[in-house]
Design a protein around this ligand. Sequence first.
Ligand SMILES: [Fe+2]
Ligand SMILES: [Fe+2]
Length: 367
Amino acid sequence: MNQENNNEIEELSELQELVPEESNAIELIGKDSADEKGFLLENPCTKGWLQSFEAHSMPWILLDRKLNLLWRNRAHEALYPDFRPGDNFIAYFYKYLGEEEISKIYRSLRSKEQGFSYQGRLEYKTVERAKIIANITLSPLFLEVMGKEEPVGFACHFDDVTSDIQNILRQTFKSLLEASKLKDNDTGNHIERVNAYSSLLAEYLFRKHSFPQIDQDFINDIGFLAAMHDVGKIGTPDDILNKKGPLEPWEWDIMKEHTKNGAFLLSTYPNPMAKEIALAHHEKWDGTGYPYGLAEEMIPLSARIVAVSDVYDALRSKRSYKEPISHEGAMNILKKGIGTHFDPRIGEAALQVQKNFEDIYSRLADP
Ligand SMILES: [Fe+2]
Ligand SMILES: [Fe+2]
């Protein structure tokens, strides 16, 4: 067991002292249960249970009364491959549950009134893997042979609700996006392409370990939320949005408001990345962008990535006020903007994966 786990266990012991004793309290930690462990796994009742749940589609585990993992089925192994027999449930999921929830688990599992059981939600996330959201239920096991009124272990199942929850969240964004599409003159597949360049850049930067903020969730999120960058144009007058030829200074001032309007619209949405992108995708690395003239690291990373994607695609595309530019031409302009318009690490990354940029533009070309 590594140092980090040891520290966690120590913290757990301290934490457990905080949990009030209850009339039917059982010891969950700090007692040797080696005999019970063998007994639990070998007992005919448990054995039959283990066999029938081995290939069950839902992840199931069996814990001893100290919440050490005794057994898990294949579905659980696939979902949490690093949680191995012998590991302690609380120590393993400690940082994802939080102290308050852990106290609740202890209280519930020690309480006869609550049926020695617990129900809650676990959001598990590592740098390498995307977040897994699961509803978990811990239920007590009573073996009459042992003659105890207390659980001798716990069965726990995990209901993976990640995709359900993400679909609900995405649906809330989609309706706003659809509304904004009716209005914006950036027609065709612009937003799909900006999503694709942005997740490509994020993936590349993740593999290069360029930014510690980038993990699998960041890559998934930006690949969906980059599309939201111009939703604030819902509030921009049509004659400014569709004007052929350059805008007057006063018209520019109104046009620039789409960043703040977008942030306002997205401020109550569940993922803050959407708001960051809408607000800051026109900021520039040297501080000469808008709406606030933020510079360098003050600009949210997601917005710095979308800035590169959006500019490349805008250069390639025909707009009411301009003709399209070739891939090489667009990359040359991007290159000139490294260190002034764009974060150097992201601009350089775009040059490295430029073949993929070109492929995305052709694959998702406007009809
Ligand atoms: Fe914009
Ligand atoms: Fe755009």
